[in-house]
Write a protein that binds this ligand. Structure first.
Ligand code: ZN
Length: 121
C-alpha cells in the first residue's frame, strides 16, 4: 500500500518543533488559498508565538497579503504582542501587525513560554 517511506521512528525533538512551526504556517497558507467565502476575508491563527495561543483572526485578504510581503511581520490578536521584542506597527480593532527583531524572535518564544508558565501558577 505505502511506498515504504519510513517515518515516525525517533524523530528528534528539535525537528518535531520545526515541523509543528511549518505546519502552522501551512495551515494559514492553506486557509488563504481556500478563500471561498467571497466576502474578501480570511480566517487564520494568531502568530504571536505563544505556544498555547489558539486565537483565530479574521482579516481582509488585502490586509493579510500586505503583511505577508514582509518576512518580519506577523499578524496577532490585539495585545498579544511581547513588548521586549515586538514592535507594533499597526493597531486595528480585530488584529495588530507586529515586527519581530531578528534575534528577538527567538527570545520571544522563550519569553512566551515563560509567561505561559507564570500565568498558569
Ligand atoms: Zn496570540
Amino acid at each position: 500500500m505505502s511506498t515504504g517511506e519510513a517515518s515516525g521512528t525517533g524523530i528528534p525533538g528539535e525537528r518535531l518543533a520545526a515541523r509543528i512551526e511549518i505546519e502552522g504556517r501551512r495551515v494559514n497558507e492553506a486557509i488563504e488559498r481556500g478563500r471561498d467565502a467571497g466576502e474578501g476575508t480570511v480566517t487564520f491563527m494568531c502568530e504571536c508565538g505563544r505556544v498555547a495561543c489558539t486565537t483565530k483572526l479574521v482579516l481582509s485578504i488585502e490586509a493579510y497579503e500586505r503583511v505577508r510581503t514582509s518576512f518580519d511581520r506577523f499578524v496577532i490578536a490585539p495585545e498579544h504582542d511581547i513588548p521586549s521584542v515586538d514592535t507594533v506597527l499597526e493597531r486595528h480593532d480585530d488584529h495588530w501587525v507586529v515586527e519581530k527583531q531578528g534575534e528577538g524572535g527567538r527570545l520571544a518564544r522563550r519569553d512566551a513560554q515563560h509567561l505561559e508558565r507564570y500565568d498558569d501558577d
